[in-house]
Structures are given as C-alpha cells and as structure tokens.
Design a protein around this ligand. Structure first.
Ligand code: MG
Length: 203
C-alpha cells in the first residue's frame, strides 16, 4: 500500500507557514514503513530537534482506480480516520531552502500515525467534518473539511491522474493551522466531532 499526502490544503495553515496558496494540490508520499497504528507510541528520531504534529483527515481507498472523475470519486473511499503527519520541521526547512527534496522529513519510520477507521456514514457530511487535536488535554488544532482548498473528491480525481489507487491506500488530506512541536511524554489525542479517534504518546 501507499500513503499519499496533500500539503497546504487549508488556507490558514498555508498562511502560518508563510506560503502562498497552491494553484494545484501539493502531493507527496510516505512509505508503508511510516505507518503507526493501534495508538502505539511515537519515538522522536535522533536526527531531528523539532518534530511537529499535523492533524489530518485520512481517507481509505476501497477499490482500484485511475484517472477517476470528481463525479465518481466518492465511490473510491469507504472509511476515514485521523492521522498525524509527523514532520521533522528542521530537516524540512533546511532541505527545502537548499532546493532539495524534503521526503525524509515526513517519511521516516513512524511518521504516519493513524487512528481507528470509521465508516463514512458515521462521519456525516464529507464537506462538514469537524475535527481537532489535543496536546496534553489542550486543543492545539481544530478544523472543518468545509475549509479544505481541495475537497476529498477533487483530491482523489487529481492524484489518480498520476497514481493508480489501490484498495488499502491512504490519503492524508492536509492540516489546518496550529501545527507545533512535540516533546517526550506529550500525549496527542484527536477527535472527529466528540469521538476520540486517535490517542498516543510521544516517547
Ligand atoms: Mg501535512
């Protein structure tokens, strides 16, 4: 399976990063070795001094498809969850400022924690899903999918023009503002509405 991620997909986050809004979806990948499931702890890697959380809605692809039109995109995902796009911000900044690919800053082992998958019906209207992240019990990020620059159907249509989507592939759909650092013994808890979806420790 593969993990496809969308960057800068909420205007408030693009602004906090000092970036202009993208005129097309920004795509990057994480390998399957970055997946972290079942609320297992995230271990801070020794190559970074500045690991950031980014809470995101994650879609699970349920059938094979390529070059999918927006109109039919909703047939290609059947479950969603919350994931955290863990980012070595120091590596990302230094690599991107020297014009190099910053893959390693977001694709290292454990950089893709994902929570419990729920059927779409339980999340309600795909264009009005409220979600939030708490760090040590304090809300640090909150978002609503109505604020997505590219919504789920547009994302699936766009990425499937480049990558054949396969059952079990995951799509991280972007983070709202409020990203920030984690430290050892922090606890990250993510909610869709009031339902706890992911809950893990930083070690
Ligand atoms: Mg992200």
């Amino acid at each position: 399976m593969k993990i496809i991620c969308i960057g800068l997909n909420y205007g408030d986050h693009a602004r906090e990063m000092g970036r202009t809004l993208p005129d097309k979806p920004v795509i990057f990948l994480k390998p399957d070795s970055s997946l972290l499931k079942n609320n297992k702890p995230f271990f801070i890697p020794d190559f970074s001094r500045n690991i950031h959380y980014e809470i995101e809605i994650v879609l699970r692809i349920c059938k094979l498809g390529r070059s999918i039109s927006e109109k039919y995109a909703c047939r290609y995902y059947d479950q969603l969850t919350l994931g955290v796009d863990m980012t070595a911000r120091d590596l990302q900044s230094s690599l991107s400022s020297s014009g190099m690919p910053w893959d390693i800053s977001k694709s290292f082992d454990g950089a893709a924690p994902v929570g419990e998958f729920i059927p779409l019906q339980e999340a309600g209207d795909m264009n009005n899903i409220t979600f939030r992240l708490e760090k040590n019990g304090t809300t640090v990020q909150h978002g609503n999918t109505s604020r997505l620059i590219y919504n789920f159907d547009q994302i699936i249509s766009y990425v499937s023009g480049f990558f054949t989507l396969k059952t079990g592939d995951l799509i991280f759909t972007g983070t709202p503002s409020g990203v920030g650092p984690v430290n050892r013994n922090d606890r990250l808890t993510g909610y869709i509405g009031d339902r706890k979806i992911i809950d893990f420790m930083i070690k």
